[in-house]
Design a protein around this ligand. Sequence first.
Ligand code: HEM
Length: 218
Amino acid sequence: MQKSLKPFPPKDAPGLVGALRSATADLHQAVERLPVMTRLTAAAADLADYRRYLSAMALVYGGLEPGLFAALTAGLSRQWVAALGVRPKYPALCADLEVNGLSVPAKVPMVVVTPADGTPGSLGTALGGLYVLEGATLGGRLIVRQLRRQLGGQLIGASFLDFHGDQAAAAWKGFSGALEGLAMAQFVVSEQSIVGARAVFGQVYRILAEVDMSPCEA
Ligand code: HEM
């Protein structure tokens, strides 16, 4: 990773978000150290590195988002869903793949995140999983800035990495504030969210670790 990227983990936060951050910091760091990510964030990153990453992330989000969003909408009122401000990122990934001349996966196997008590797709678990997929936008914004510096106009189709654009900090504030509100209203048991967040990070790790790093045409 280049020095210009902020170090992870960021400053400790109280509450559920702080608990999720501490409980997943080891997995976040393990993901950051995978070859596909170190290449993406290296000074010498090229289009092939970016395209490898995009294809892998499509498998991550394509597999996870349907189950997580289904649990969210089944378990929460529209007002709470709106307060969280989350929307699926898989369509942005598909658009980026297409712009980059890459094929969209025909069918991504759906992954259901199961909490310790065996209840599939519980709300608390899904919220922990969404914390991971939403939080990725924070690092994503830093990565896309660096890629733009490195690749200039060659970098096309970056709507996933730059999902919230200039609103990234505001979107995170909204999401994490709503998450804390749900915890205070006792909609979420933090242990279940941690299980969900760790399971989702584990899935992210497995998919990114399998990326073929042999040279390919950009
Ligand atoms: C090389 C790759 C990555 C780097 C360098 C990176 C870097 C960062 C940085 C610097 C932050 C803190 C940003 C801030 O506070 O403004 C962050 C937050 C976060 N990232 Fe990553 N990230 C990477 C990949 C990922 C991936 C692949 C995921 C999951 C799919 C992920 C999930 C998260 C989460 C959940 C947070 C929020 C943590 C919190 O504040 O509670 N990151 N990342």
